[in-house]
Design a protein around this ligand. Sequence first.
Ligand code: XLS
Ligand code: CA
Ligand code: CA
Length: 438
Amino acid sequence: MKEYFADIPKIKYEGKASKNPLAFRYYDADRIILGKKMSDHLPFAMAWWHNLCAAGTDMFGRDTADKSFGAQKGTMEHAKAKVDAGFEFMQKLGIKYFCFHDVDIVPEAEDINETNRRLDEITDYLLKKMEETGIKCLWGTANMFSNPRFMNGAGSTNSVDVYCFAAAQIKKAIELTVKLGGKGYVFWGGREGYETLLNTDVRFEQENIAALMKMAVEYGRSIGFTGDFYIEPKPKEPMKHQYDFDAATAIGFLRQYGLDKDFKMNIEANHATLAGHTFRHELRISAINGMLGSIDANQGDYLLGWDTDEFPYNVYESTLCMYEVLKAGGLTGGFNFDAKNRRPSNTPEDMFHAYILGMDTFALGLIKAAELIEDGELDEFVEKRYESFKGELGQKIRSGTATLSELAAHAEELGSCKTPDSGRQEYLESIVNRILFG
Ligand code: XLS
Ligand code: CA
Ligand code: CA
């Protein structure tokens, strides 16, 4: 079997003092954190599209990296070379999952029947590799944003033919996800939104998206898909207004159309910040609604207002993310590195450095989040902060048995009200720093 990354050894844990650029400093798969192996806390996944397909093209220039893997691009030979290279890559890093769009794994043909034939062929090949290596599929999805037919949306399109093509792609992508034993199926509504209300019937479009999702759930369940469907919220880009703006909006939509039992959120860090939220906020909103499913682990750039999909290096953020994940009892999905090398980082080594960085960032975040939880001071503070609700009146409010009149009577009896206790934000921030930096 041809080796695609012959100069790269299997990446091992060497500890934080190591200066070996091809070693983990924090990710120690078998280390036990809060009673569970690190690798079980952190089911990492490789994103097929960024890692094996994207080669650095941006709006201003063409590819800088070679992702041909020795084959002619646009052929099935290339599709298979990507499978071989991808599995070698994952095995060398100890990554146990991958995520894919339909058109990441085969070149899309002009005729959907031919694309589907190619998809059958490549997934037979993939399945063989999965059986050989034990690597699994985290989630699948259909790319309903690249092909020009989706320029006005997929579920939100104005064309019934385009809507049927979206349905056909979803049907096939769910079948493939089931065939590959995927844990989840993602809807990212990249073009489910609008540029101007002057030409858009928002209610019509949202109803159609919901109908498509309903059909997807019915079909998926009918062919034995038992995993979660996910919405991946994002406020904008490519469209100016996207319907799945953030977790709260997406959850409201799911409830409105009776889809909430089958769906959870796939939260991407960079999408959270584009929505004007912290990553942590989106995780918390999903978790308190019982909908924290999976994570697209990346980060944006403080100075750029777009979806830069960078590999995560910010340990402050990964610690707070892992704090939310641990508090929520873990994910039903995993951590998909929906991230790409910067355009000038264009060698195979850079691909490995990027994943090592991301995996170490989350491993360190996990270690620090566990320390924050074991330290307990944050929890105690929050618990104490709401203590006044433990009294008789507070309990009545919490159990929904209080009346507005009796609460008003209490206020009137007091006459004037003192300000509540300090929120101690700066002190609490210093606790996080203490845990992070000693
Ligand atoms: C794009 C999205 C996309 C989804 C899957 O911004 O992150 O890659 O994760 O369609
Ligand atoms: Ca994503
Ligand atoms: Ca993104």
